[in-house]
Structures are given as C-alpha cells and as structure tokens.
Design a protein around this ligand. Structure first.
Ligand code: E4P
Length: 218
C-alpha cells in the first residue's frame, strides 16, 4: 500500500518525506487555502515546489465544474510536472473529463467519492486513482471502511485497474483498516502517519535496552 500525505504544508511534506516511506502528496483547494496559497501563479508554483520535494505522485485539484474548464485547467496542471495527477470531482462533467484525460494519457484522481456506484463510474472512465472519503462517511455515522471493502471487491471481480486511494483519513486505525480492506493507497495527515509509530512497549523496551547497555559498558 502506498502512503501519500494529505496536506499543502511544505514543512509537513518534508518531515513525512524524510521518513523514507512517502509515495506522494494529495492537496485540495481547502488545504491550499489553509496554507495561505492564493492566486493562480502562487498555486502553480506551490505544486511545482511540492513536486521538487517528493519524488511521487502529487494530486492537484481543478476548481472548474464544467467539462471545458476542467480540461483546460487539468492540461495546465499536468504540464507543470510529470508527477502531477489531475484531481477531478465526481460529477458528470468530471467523469466526462476523466475519460478525456485517460485518452490523452493524463493521470487523474477522482475525488469526493462516497458510494460504490460512483466508484464504478470513475473506473469506467479510466481514473488512475479513486478517492473515497472515509472520515467524512464516518462523520455521518456510516462506516467508511465498509465502502473501501465493497469497492475493493468490485474492482477485483471486474478487473478494474483504478487504484483505491483511501482519503479523509483521520487516525492511524483508519490506515491499518484501509490496508486490511484492500486500499492501494492511503492519504493521511502527518499526525495519523506518526500515530502508527506509537506503542508503549516499544518505548519501555528501548529504555530498558539502553539502560542495560549503559550499566554493562559504564
Ligand atoms: C484528499 O484527497 C481529500 O481531499 C482529503 O483527504 C479530505 O479530507 P478531510 O475530510 O479531512 O477534509
């Protein structure tokens, strides 16, 4: 399973990348706004900077909602760097644009996915990645992980090549359960990645090893 970090914060991207386990980055307009990245040129430059930091796929989201606008934006984004993946919303115009990008060899990430039906449409259009929003489903008292399992089963029996990118991850357990359910990728905040390290027995064991070494060696 690939690990992407879900942020536009350069410090956090560098920190995750330094762990040596990072495969890519996802962003969205809210994450860009949170970092104060505004205006077309600054946004484009920010994507380029992220691509220079991480040697992996970087999802850059379009803000147009009509086919021509999505295509124009997506082509500009894809031209920025070979690792850019154009992130397109799960709407009819978006699916139409994904099918267009697929024919052109431009890779896509279909975002805002909340159902298996949407997952089938995105796969039919040839999306490279599909982003079901686990956390937001859990927030509405449905089980996000059930959706990952369902899509994983459908893609497997149908032979769809679209990769399942579990998004809207909120905690380390979401990462573990996504791996178990068959997700190809997880995109997570740095806090969820760092949470995977935590185990009190690791800390207790390490402290004991170091203390024993000190006692024996002075
Ligand atoms: C990633 O591609 C999504 O935009 C992101 O994971 C959404 O996460 P949120 O539900 O925490 O905003």
């Amino acid at each position: 399973m690939k690990f992407f970090i879900d942020t536009a914060n350069l410090d956090q991207i560098r920190e995750a990348n330094a762990l040596g386990i990072l495969d890519g980055v996802t962003t969205n307009p809210s994450l860009m706004a949170k970092e104060g990245i505004t205006g077309h040129d600054n946004v484009m430059q920010h994507y380029k900077t992220i691509c220079e930091i991480v040697d992996g796929d970087v999802s850059a989201e379009v803000i147009s909602t009509d086919f021509n606008g999505i295509v124009a934006e997506g082509e500009k984004l894809a031209a920025l760097h070979k690792n850019i993946v154009v992130k397109v919303p799960m709407i009819p115009e978006g699916v139409k644009a994904i099918a267009y990008f697929t024919k052109k060899g431009i890779r896509t990430n279909c975002t805002l996915v909340f159902s298996a039906g949407q997952a089938i449409l995105a796969a039919k259009a040839g999306a490279t990645y599909l982003s079901p929003f686990i956390g937001r489903i859990d927030d509405s008292s449905w089980d996000g992980m059930e959706l990952i399992e369902q899509i994983s089963h459908i893609y497997s029996v149908q032979g769809y090549e679209t990769e399942i990118l579990a998004a809207s991850i909120r905690n380390p357990l979401h990462i573990v359960k996504s791996a178990q359910a068959g997700a190809d990728v997880v995109t997570c905040p740095l806090s969820a990645i760092m949470g995977l390290f935590k185990h009190p027995l690791t800390d207790i064991g390490l402290a004991q090893f170091l203390a024993d070494h000190k006692k024996a060696n002075g």
